[in-house]
Design a protein around this ligand. Structure first.
Ligand code: CA
Length: 217
């Protein structure tokens, strides 16, 4: 899952990016509204964390302009006393908000919920045959046994599972699982898919040659 963080406080931006990467997300950052809006409009994010008080273009304007073309889930960060800002943010199309200062655990939980809801799943467990994907614990069990996956392999399985029954193209995988700081080696996805098949069985992921990948419901 790929997330964009738009935040102008350098320390907070750094901590957020680091924590999100540790939680397994691909993370892009923007330190002001103009760069944030550009990235939000041009890349495919699974969620955006948006500060409201930003230089160049304020968060509310970023949100309003983004909503003309994109429905990417947006979680806004707002100061404690600005209730009217929160209302305006939700009215402008934000999906959730968090008041500063906030607990990182709550931010991560709200983010997971946003991404799940956007994918149409209300619960955190996805059951596919004898494979159980726990998007809260970020673990995968097969026939009750915990399977050891790398963070990137987990992210791949989670992304395909959230889109189960749909063809997922390689472009979608690159857009959602890798951020600007990743070197996109052309066969990296194939390697991850091959490794997942070794662990979850060769039929778990179906290849549509020249098109992409599919997990059957
Ligand atoms: Ca700010």
């Amino acid at each position: 899952m790929r997330v964009l963080v738009i935040e102008d406080e350098p320390d907070l931006l750094r901590v957020l990016a680091q924590s999100l990467r540790e939680a397994g997300y691909a993370v892009d950052v923007a330190a002001e509204g103009q760069d944030g809006l550009f990235k939000a409009q041009t890349a495919e994010y699974d969620a955006i964390i948006l500060d409201l008080m930003l230089p160049k273009i304020d968060g509310l304007s970023v949100l309003q302009r983004l909503r003309r073309s994109k429905t990417t889930p947006v979680l806004i960060l707002t100061a404690r006393d600005a209730i009217s800002d929160r209302v305006k943010g939700l009215d402008a199309g934000a999906d959730d908000y968090l008041i500063k200062p906030f607990e990182l655990a709550e931010l991560l939980a709200r983010l997971r919920a946003l991404i799940r809801r956007a994918a149409g799943d209300a619960v955190s467990l996805i059951q596919l045959g004898d494979v159980t994907i726990d998007t809260l614990a970020r673990t995968i069990c097969m026939a009750g046994q915990l399977i050891n996956l790398t963070p990137r392999e987990y992210a791949l399985v989670e992304f395909l599972s959230l889109h189960r029954g749909e063809l997922v193209t390689r472009t979608m995988i690159y857009d959602h699982l890798f951020d600007d700081s990743d070197d996109s080696l052309s066969n990296l996805v194939d390697v991850h898919v091959a490794n997942v098949r070794k662990k979850l069985g060769k039929d778990f992921i179906t290849t549509r040659r020249g098109q992409g990948y599919l997990i059957h419901v």
